[in-house]
Design a protein around this ligand. Sequence first.
Ligand SMILES: O=C(O)CCC(=O)C(=O)O
Ligand SMILES: [Fe+2]
Length: 282
Amino acid sequence: MKIDKPDPRIGAIVTDVDVRLLSDSDWNALYNAWLEGIVLVVRSQTLTIPEFLAYSSRFGRLKPHRVRRTRHAEYPDLTVMGIGTKKADGKVDKAIYDRGGGWHTDSPWDQDICKGTQLYGIAIPSYGGDTLFASMYDAYATLPEALKQRIRGLKAEHVYGGRGRRGNELLDPEDRNRPPAVHPIVRVHEETGRTSLYANPYHITRIQGLGDAESEALIGELTDHMIRTTAQYRHKWQVGDIVIWDNRCALHSATGGYPIEEQRIHWRVTIMQDAARQQRAA
Ligand SMILES: O=C(O)CCC(=O)C(=O)O
Ligand SMILES: [Fe+2]
């Protein structure tokens, strides 16, 4: 097994390994490379659904996604991304095509935030469709001191799709108006102990304890800072890539821009950290 880290701040690329046959020491090296690298890419895998789920479960408990209509019928822990980009009338289904576009973390609309998300490349278009990742450790570390002081102790509310409820049409009607989940804007990572910014630009609705205008202004200021970090990794997909990212300390964004007549399909799982760990961190 070979692990490359082109940028020490973000990204680890693993080759020469079959994740079905990992030794204990390779598993430990891989897990640590993920924690340090935030985004871990394992190239050239050939997995069945049960094999992908079994490997994913090594990172933590899997949770079916709130969007029910893209869950796999037989394996609800698995979401299939990218099916149905073209509607029956030939028009683009923007909710499917644009899914994951715009900087965000996954499931901040859930009170238990997820630990990681893992995608497996099944069909990859000939161009476009990259995924971007940004380190929120770096975003926090490079905040001006005055801003660090200002956000200390603040908490923010998040709902699916944020202020515009974007992508809400993917949800079943009974899931569309759930109450917001509340999370601290500054968080300490349960496993690395490092501090990061957690102010999801996409799903955030407001910062508690501030007036509307002040909350909007602060969200804008934090967003500008978060997406400007240079600690970014751009993933160019190949069929057989497994990519897992740490949702506790990174933003990501699908970049779109791939030909509509080509397929871009991924298997996807949401990986949770157990409640006890999260409570300890709170
Ligand atoms: O399709 C992508 O590149 C990313 C999708 C995404 O945001 C997700 O699966 O959470
Ligand atoms: Fe996402």
